[in-house]
Design a protein around this ligand. Structure first.
Ligand SMILES: O=C(O)CCC(=O)C(=O)O
Length: 263
């Protein structure tokens, strides 16, 4: 069995790939026992939220995906995955700066959902003064071949730092804003359960539809620079916190990777 990727055995090539292209495939970021444990934690939690009658801004159920945002501080199981020291440690090595949690989300593509997640960059949605090194870990909790909704990236697109937000349901928007990206090559990355991709928050990406009979279950952990301040823009994570624009995004909701529980 392939060995787990850790901050200590992450290779110089993997780091260079991430910095050059804005994404990288990392095998075995969590081990097989953790995959079994966390699949149940994430899927069961997401299904319970999806089926609950409760109106909740952090729960979005659409044809593209079921998205459950930022519940790690309410559930011990989710917390163990979101504050996983191996994932955070690898993220910091790739980014090359100290990081903290911005937020997590569970993204489940329901069987035969018939809808891709269209090309977008993440950072334009966020209320960040500056977070030039923010990075997402997209962790596959089941095997995710191309047919089940894996990610595709546009290498080098993380260098486009001033594009307006692009919808996850409008396949033209990114290319209308930045026509030259139409002609860039695209890299599709199927993942085995326990693998992850890391992507820079400006690296444009999409995910294929789930054409299989089973749900595609992924957990995404987003990290930001420890120096990130709040811009004042509306966002589902910061709206309930009533923060003043300009304050540092720190404290219990945004724990630093160096404060995560040790392995
Ligand atoms: O999994 C998906 O469908 C899209 C994921 C995504 O856009 C992200 O992790 O930023």
């Amino acid at each position: 069995m392939a060995k787990q990727t850790t901050p200590d055995n992450l290779s110089a090539e993997q780091i260079a790939h991430y910095r050059e292209h804005g994404f990288v495939h990392i095998p075995n970021i969590i081990n097989p026992e953790e995959v079994v444990e966390f699949y149940d934690v994430i899927y069961d939690f997401a299904e319970a939220k999806r089926k609950s009658e409760e109106e909740h801004a952090s729960v979005r159920d659409s044809e593209v995906f079921t998205q459950i945002v930022n519940f790690w501080h309410e559930d011990e199981g989710i917390k163990r995955l979101t504050l996983h020291p191996n994932v955070g440690g690898v993220a910091e090595k790739l980014a090359g700066v100290p990081l903290r949690i911005w937020h997590d989300h569970m993204l489940i593509k329901q069987p035969h959902n018939n809808a891709p997640t269209t090309y977008h960059q993440d950072q334009p949605f966020w209320p960040h003064g500056e977070s030039p090194n923010s990075i997402s870990a997209w962790i596959a909790l089941c095997d995710v071949p191309v047919e089940k909704g894996c990610m595709t990236f546009i290498p080098g697109s993380h260098r486009y730092t001033d594009l307006a937000p692009q919808s996850t349901r409008d396949g033209d928007k990114l290319f209308d804003l930045c026509p030259e990206l139409t002609w860039e090559k695209r890299v599709t990355v199927p993942l085995k359960a326990g693998d992850c991709t890391f992507h820079h928050s400006r690296c444009a990406h999409m995910a294929t539809p789930n054409d299989t009979d089973d749900p595609r279950v992924a957990h995404i952990i987003i990290y930001m620079d420890q120096t990130t301040t709040f811009s004042g823009k509306k966002h589902i994570v910061t709206d309930p916190l009533a923060l003043e624009a300009g304050v540092l995004l720190d404290g219990d909701m945004f724990p630093a990777v160096n404060d995560f529980p040790k392995l």
